[in-house]
Ligand binder design. Sequence first.
Ligand code: SAM
Length: 327
Amino acid sequence: MLTDQFNRVHNYLRISLTDKCNLRCAYCNPVDLPRGYFKGSARMTAGEIEQIVAVFVTQGVKKIRLTGGEPLVRKDAGEIIQRISKYPVELAISTNAVLVDKYIDVFKDAGIQSVNVSLDSLTREKFFAITRRDEFNRILDNIYLLLQNKFHVKINVVVMKNVNDDELNDFIAWTKHLPVHIRFIEFMPFAGNDWSREKVFSYQEMLAVIATQYKFLKLQDAKHDTDKKYLVPGYEGTFAVISTMSQPFCSGCNRMRLTTDGKMKNCLFSKTEVDILGALRSGVDIAPLIQQCVWDKEKALGGQFTPYDENFDASSISNRRMINIGG
Ligand code: SAM
């Protein structure tokens, strides 16, 4: 069992397959960045990913999410999904859905049941302004394809002040006849993403806007949930807020991350990384490294900031860009 100094048991691993993406969201992968930083032998191969997964499973991992970058742009994504599906874990994926139609059978064969899709706007024009790619219609079609094929679909919306905060109630309206779970995410600071507190549209602000049009009920959240869930009575879908910046949920955290270059991070905001891939390639037993990495986890937010620190300077954060971590 992977336990840290605060008695948190860690059984959920998120693996970044690539730091390439077919969208160019300004807050994550701006157009001026090279297309993927880790290439060739800098990246874990499919076989190495499987070897590392096998060790994590012996350490008690029960859930694995594949992410990126955009995991489905990796040419051997199908092989990796198929390899991991042999292990006794719940397998899930986060994707922008641009390529989902090409992988729907792979998902089914692998027993994937839940797919997280990013979608920051319900208008084609604003979607293009945020992502710099004209993929809105293809993504919508793929969301409907996932639903037709009985996948549980969660839609991730990064809410930013004066960018898309005017669309909260449009997303809720969308759930009237569509059984999707919308997750409004507070904008988080990473290297090079031009974050400032003024751009964060907070949990409380979101609820206040939604309350202007809807009556909603609080749903029960599970211990490790990152989202605070709500239901508009009579609606097929639900919604939630991921309040990392205003009300972090670190006390229930059970997550670990593996970057595409094989570095383990014990928190999205951790300053430190452990070189799991380098150790594996040198023939070193990686289990003790994984255990130590979890043990060393900070109590909250990587020890880098606190929710209400007015003097917090995002440029002081020591971390990768989100695209190079894996969201
Ligand atoms: N390409 C996949 C996708 O679109 O879901 C997986 C990677 S993406 C980095 C994972 C999630 O992180 C997306 O929902 C994205 O919007 C979110 N994200 C990226 N940067 C963020 C930030 N600064 N604050 C909050 N969420 C962010």
